[in-house]
Design a protein around this ligand. Structure first.
Ligand code: DUT
Ligand code: MG
Length: 241
């Protein structure tokens, strides 16, 4: 695969037709392997920004480049190979755990699936189930706990091995032990991948190379964590809150 994962947004503006909300004039560039943390209040445009990167929505103005290529010229299918996602609602199907991990990599062997599960700290809980990898996830993964669903989504992304990763950090509380496992799995997933994270935890924001603080569709502040903390603006007051 020749995608490296350099991403840039150039004057990107997008408005939903019905509401007129969206994102306004977004500009940033991120190097391969770096992490961008997107923060801001509800309705700020965080999910919209991420959706634009996947061509779920298309900019009205400006362009988005991956390794210098305007993604409006890239098919959604090929974009899905380059961008893996780990969302709160993990996007699980009512099929076996094995086939849920394999989504997007139907060619993978059971050995590959097992390796991905281990790397995602999911191997232990899967082994503990009487049907193991054949355990059926249920409607939208409903037969599994939140932490289990998340780790299956992480295993899926591990297996996909794409240069760009998008994750929406869960706000739902996991028990401390599971939380630790999920965090370890995500750290493993992030290494060597350009990562966009809709961040809800301070520790994640602290680790990011670039913090984008959004409000009402606009980038209000952008920079490194220390830089923004020093500026004493919106982000800094969030830290004091
Ligand atoms: N919006 C629409 N139509 C949609 C989705 C969103 O009009 O289909 C509006 C709602 C909001 C703005 O766009 O005013 C940005 O929404 P987004 O979902 O990007 O906000 P967020 O930052 O992800 O909010 P949250 O933290 O609640 O997920
Ligand atoms: Mg959102």
């Amino acid at each position: 695969q020749n995608v490296k994962g350099r991403v840039s947004f150039e004057d990107v503006t997008f408005h939903f037709e019905n509401s007129g909300q969206g994102v306004e004039n977004v500009n940033f560039a991120i190097e391969p392997g770096q992490t961008v943390a997107i923060v801001g209040p509800t309705g700020a445009g965080k999910t919209t920004l991420i959706n634009l990167l996947q061509r779920v929505q298309e900019p009205n103005e400006g362009r988005i480049l991956i390794d210098g290529v305007d993604i409006s010229n890239v098919t959604r299918k090929s974009l899905r190979q380059s961008v893996a996602t780990v969302f709160q609602d993990a996007g699980l199907f009512n099929r076996s755990i094995e086939s849920n991990i394999r989504v997007g990599r139907e060619d993978a062997s059971l050995g590959d699936v097992r390796d991905a599960a281990s790397a995602a700290s999911a191997a232990d809980f899967i082994a503990a189930k009487s049907d193991g990898y054949e355990t059926v996830a249920g409607e939208r993964g409903g037969q599994l706990s939140g932490g289990e669903r998340q780790r299956i989504a992480i295993a899926r992304a591990m297996l996909k091995d794409s240069p760009i990763l998008v994750l929406d950090e869960a706000t739902s509380a996991l028990d401390v032990e599971t939380e630790e496992k999920v965090k370890t799995a995500i750290d493993g997933l992030r290494s060597n991948r350009t990562t966009f994270v809709i961040a809800h935890r301070l520790s994640t924001v602290r680790d990011a190379d670039l913090v984008i603080f959004m409000d009402r569709g606009k980038v209000v502040e952008m920079g490194g964590f220390d830089e923004l903390a020093r500026q004493g603006g919106r982000f800094a007051s969030l830290l004091r809150a």
